[in-house]
Design a protein around this ligand. Structure first.
Ligand SMILES: Cc1cc2nc3c(=O)[nH]c(=O)nc-3n(C[C@H](O)[C@H](O)[C@H](O)COP(=O)(O)O)c2cc1C
Length: 361
């Protein structure tokens, strides 16, 4: 039972439903004496919140975070950090039809099959609103990684529908990502993506795509073979996000088109550092970081809620139709970017602490 806690040493539990009083997280295992305030967390929540542009859900949430525990005089205590984000703009009436009918490709049917009861208001805990807690916790992990280990995490939208951007995983900055509401650093491709999402929205339809995430500055040695290989934990983290449908690291599925001769990353010496000339491994070999940039892709499906009539079944087991209502994201990709970054930060902070236990610095 459960499934709401993530991580071994840097542990995060999230709680809350979409239309309940609040949403939040408890972080246990964050080391003491890390300078921390709400101002370190709020910018990540601001990138995740709805209502940022016409490309995303119009729900109006300020997503203002409060730290309730675990911080004293501006520094972490090493005790549990409790994070609270009140829900402000609830309209449960928009979702009354879902009390009776299962939304196609959403989680109404499966939650009912599992628990025999569900909070149908805005999807309850199946809503992407749950990820506010993860993003808040991820901001703490990100700060720990940046300040104590020099690790930087940047994600962006690399694909919307069939429109693909090829960006340099070594160079993309967060400022470049945030230049457009679609969060694709290639401005020309971004314009095409925006037009595609707006067209889908006007048709009451939705689009999927992929987020690319780069982790730079990770030292060699992080990852715990065999079951907690770094890429296995990253995949688990990414696939725990709502609407995620695929994970690839390094050359991924495309790498299977190459021969070993074409695919191998040859080693060389860069001063006193062991480096690889190419990075098809995506910075991980044998489940352990090799010091190169870790990069991976996460596929997200087209949003389930569409403003079109589709066939479904009611809780009373009758065939019927349903048309999407309520505020929804015509494309989840722009808001998925901070979520993918947060999940990557949680995995890496956990492995940083685990590596300190194996081989103290
Ligand atoms: C950023 C983000 C925003 C989302 N917004 C919506 C939404 O507005 N409407 C919707 O039906 N699903 C939305 N989802 C997806 C649902 O939460 C998800 O499809 C649902 O929980 C079922 O899980 P599954 O798709 O992983 O099977 C969103 C997902 C993400 C990552």
């Amino acid at each position: 039972m459960g499934g709401n806690t993530f991580g071994q040493l840097f542990r995060v539990s999230t709680w809350g439903e979409s239309h309940g009083a609040a949403i939040g997280a408890v972080v246990d295992g964050c080391p003491p004496c890390l300078p921390l305030s709400e101002a370190d967390i709020q910018p990540d929540l601001d990138r995740r919140r709805p209502g940022q542009s016409r490309l995303v859900s119009q729900r109006k949430e300020s997503d203002t975070v409060r730290i309730l525990s675990g911080v004293f005089e501006g520094k972490t205590l090493g005790t549990p950090i409790s994070l609270l984000i009140p829900n402000e703009d609830m309209r449960p009436g928009d979702y009354r039809e879902m009390q009776e009918k299962y939304r196609p490709s959403h989680a109404d049917y499966t939650y009912e099959a599992k628990y025999g009861v569900r909070d149908w208001r805005g999807g309850g805990r199946t809503s992407a609103r749950e990820t506010a807690g993860r993003v808040a916790a991820g901001a703490i992990a990100r700060k720990l990684l940046a300040e104590r280990h020099g690790v930087e995490i940047v994600a962006w939208v690399g694909k919307v529908g069939r429109i693909v951007a090829e960006c340099d995983v070594e160079k993309v900055t967060r400022a470049e990502v945030d230049r457009t509401p679609i969060r694709c650093p290639d401005l020309v491709v971004a314009e095409r993506m925006i037009a595609a999402v707006e067209a889908a929205r006007k048709e009451g339809n939705s689009l999927g795509g992929a987020v690319v995430c780069a982790v730079r500055g990770c030292p060699p040695g992080w990852g715990e073979p065999v079951f907690d290989r770094l890429e296995a934990d990253l995949a688990r983290a990414a696939m725990s996000l709502p609407a995620s449908k695929g994970f690839e690291i390094g050359s991924g599925f495309a790498g299977t088109d190459l021969t070993g001769l074409e695919h191998n990353d040859e080693f060389y010496m860069d001063g006193d550092r062991v480096r690889t000339r190419t990075n098809r491994s995506g910075g991980v070999q044998g489940g352990i970081s090799n010091g190169e940039t870790i990069y991976f892709r996460v596929a997200f499906k087209p949003t389930a809620t569409i403003l079109r009539s589709q066939q479904t079944v009611s809780a009373g087991r009758e065939e019927t139709t349903i048309e999407g209502r309520g505020r929804h994201d015509p494309c989840v990709l722009p808001r998925a970017v901070p979520m993918v970054e947060a999940m990557a930060a949680l995995v890496l902070a956990d492995h940083a602490l685990r590596q300190d236990a194996v081989k103290p610095r």
